[in-house]
Each structure stands twice: as structure tokens, then as C-alpha cells.
Design a binder for this molecule. Structure first.
Ligand SMILES: Nc1ncnc2c1ncn2[C@@H]1O[C@H](COP(=O)(O)OP(=O)(O)O)[C@@H](O)[C@H]1O
Ligand SMILES: [Mg+2]
Length: 315
């Protein structure tokens, strides 16, 4: 259990757009010094939740406190102490790296006498040294994310809100971006990050899964695995994953075998089942009857991606 002070507290947040409920009774706490992940597919309510935390849209119901201050009514006291990288962050492509940061620095109201020192702090934290004079339009996606991140930390915020900062960025840059986030945490910054990449769940200290506006699981990665996993995970290696998948997902004779759903997992197949041994025997039989070779089939540790898929299927 994290006993650090609570940096963000959301209680029973609701956001309706007309008749449509985009966020439904969402509650969570983020503790000081952690990376809290908000994971969910597109359209699940991540951006709407962030926008409510920043006072950009009023909640239909519920309350939010950031740094112990209620967002409703006192957001002006909070804003100087937080940073935000929006999903559609904008940089000026005609300006170079330093010029973009000066622009953001002025927008944050940073004192001209402190500008140079704050820019060099942000550049060094974001690992942008050597790129100060590079035109922004020449930067790759990964480097543009870094520049957007350094703009968001220019004023030394205590809390950083990142809305899908790694969307559309290549896997190596994504990995490097996470390394940067750990550096920020070492500097004492608390991070609230949204993502739809399931594999990024494991990088977060604690997380919540959101689906159709509702939190369906929360905790540390091992808490979520222990509490919400409805069975064991089987991993199958086969030269014909798609063919085997199709056959395994045909309706089953539930007398013989517990109902399960097979999912493609890279080039392998993952299956969550409450009765691993029985299921293994049945799968071997089914594959043999269809002349599909199985190289191996075994119980593996569930990843958070398995857990999330299992949670979604249960609903
Ligand atoms: N201003 C709005 N008016 C109407 N519906 C909206 C508005 N903003 C978001 N939504 C809807 O709310 C749902 C959640 O959106 P969003 O929070 O952007 O999801 P995410 O960030 O997880 O992709 C979506 O169905 C979206 O279409
Ligand atoms: Mg979004």
C-alpha cells in the first residue's frame, strides 16, 4: 500500500453529454510520486476524465481534488502547479526546439530572467540536448513527443497529466519515453498518464482500466492479476495460429470443456480457462482432428493484457 500523500482524488465522477454517459461513477486516488495509468480503448472516457481534472469541462456529478485543492472553484490555484500534454498537442513547426519552448514559457508567464534556466532544465530532463537549434519540422514523432513533454514541464510542475503521449510513436521511442517518465518521477513529479496500449500497463506503478466510462479493475499490476483473473492462461505455439484460432472459437460442447475464448497474442494464441488441464487435453484433440500442428501448449503467467481482455469479456 502506498502511504504517500494523495495528489489526486476523484470521487464518483460522472460526465454526460446529453443522454450519453461518457464517464460513469469514476473514483480513484493517485499518490504522490507515482505513475498512475488510466488504460482503456478509444472512446472509453480517458480524455473526458483528464479534461474534468483540469477544469476544462465541468463534471455532471462528482468531485475532484488536485494537490488537496478542489478543482471546482479553485482551479486557478492548481494550474500553476500542474503540467498537461494534451492528445492533440501543438508545436510550431517553423520554430526550432528552443523557440518553441520560449513560446510555451511565455504562455505560462515564466519570468524572462528565469526563462533560460527553466528551458535548460526542461531540455536536459527530456534528453533534448544537442537538438536546441533543430527545426521542429525535422524532428521524428518520438522527438516531437519529447519536445511536447519538455514544454509541459517547463514551469516545474508537481503533477503531470499526459493524454496518450505515446500514441502513434514507434515502439523504441515509446520505451524511451517511459524511461523519461521514470526520470521525472525521480525528480518528485507525480504522473497521471492515459494510454490505449495494453503493454504499457506494466510500466505504471498503479493503474485503472476504464471501459465505456466505467472503471472495471484497479490497483497495482499484481493486485489486478490476483483479484480479477478468472482462470489460468494457456499459451499455444503453432505454425497456423489463425486456423487454430478459428476452430477453437467455434461453439463448444460445454459438457466436455469449459467455455473459453481464444485470442491471438502476437504470433501465439492465449486462452483463459478455469480448468487448464482439461482444456489442454481438449485443444490437443481438436487440433489433431483438424490436422493442425501444435508446437507447444503450456500455462503461462498472465500479462495485464490477458487480464484486461478477460475483464472485458466478462462484461
Ligand atoms: N464534447 C462531446 N460531446 C459529445 N460526446 C463526447 C464529447 N467528448 C467526448 N464525447 C464522447 O465521449 C466518449 C468518451 O470520449 P473520450 O473521453 O474522448 O474517450 P478516450 O479519450 O478514451 O478515447 C466518446 O464516445 C466520445 O465520442
Ligand atoms: Mg482520448
Amino acid at each position: 500500500m502506498n502511504t504517500n500523500p494523495t495528489t489526486i482524488r476523484a470521487s464518483k465522477l460522472v460526465k454526460k453529454f446529453g443522454d450519453f454517459t461518457a464517464v460513469n461513477q469514476v473514483s480513484f486516488e493517485v499518490h504522490s510520486g507515482e505513475i498512475f495509468g488510466f488504460l482503456g480503448p478509444n472512446g472509453s472516457g480517458k480524455t473526458t476524465t483528464i479534461r474534468m481534472m483540469l477544469g476544462l469541462v465541468p463534471p455532471t456529478a462528482g468531485e475532484i481534488e488536485v494537490l488537496g485543492i478542489p478543482v471546482d472553484g479553485q482551479i486557478r490555484k492548481i494550474l500553476p502547479r500542474i503540467g498537461y500534454m494534451s492528445q492533440q498537442f501543438s508545436l510550431y513547426s517553423d520554430l526550432n526546439v528552443t523557440q518553441n519552448l520560449v513560446f510555451y514559457g511565455q504562455a505560462y508567464g515564466i519570468n524572462p530572467s528565469e526563462m533560460k534556466e527553466k528551458i535548460s532544465y526542461a531540455i536536459s530532463l527530456a534528453g533534448l540536448e544537442g537538438y536546441e537549434g533543430s527545426p521542429t519540422k525535422d524532428l521524428s514523432g518520438g522527438w516531437r513527443q519529447r519536445l511536447a513533454l519538455s514544454a509541459a514541464i517547463l514551469h516545474h510542475p508537481e503533477v503531470l497529466f499526459l493524454d496518450e503521449p505515446t500514441a502513434g510513436v514507434d515502439p523504441v521511442s515509446r520505451r524511451e519515453f517511459w524511461d523519461l517518465l521514470y526520470k521525472l518521477v525521480e525528480e518528485g513529479i507525480t504522473v497521471f498518464i492515459t494510454t490505449h496500449y495494453m503493454d504499457e500497463a506494466e510500466h505504471c506503478h498503479r493503474l485503472a482500466f476504464i471501459q465505456r466510462g466505467e472503471i472495471i479493475a484497479r490497483g497495482t499490476s499484481s493486485e489486478i492479476k490476483d483479484q480479477t483473473m478468472p482462470g489460468e492462461v494457456l499459451e499455444i505455439h503453432t505454425p497456423h495460429p489463425q486456423r487454430l484460432l478459428n476452430i477453437l472459437n467455434l461453439p463448444k460442447d460445454s459438457e466436455k470443456i469449459p467455455e473459453f475464448k481464444a485470442e491471438l497474442y502476437g504470433s501465439m494464441i492465449h486462452i483463459i480457462t478455469p480448468q487448464a488441464n482439461k482444456t489442454i487435453q481438449e485443444i490437443k484433440k481438436t487440433a489433431k482432428a483438424s490436422d493442425i500442428l501444435i508446437d507447444s501448449i503450456a500455462v503461462v503467467e498472465p500479462t495485464l493484457e490477458d487480464v484486461f481482455i478477460a475483464c472485458m469479456q466478462e462484461r
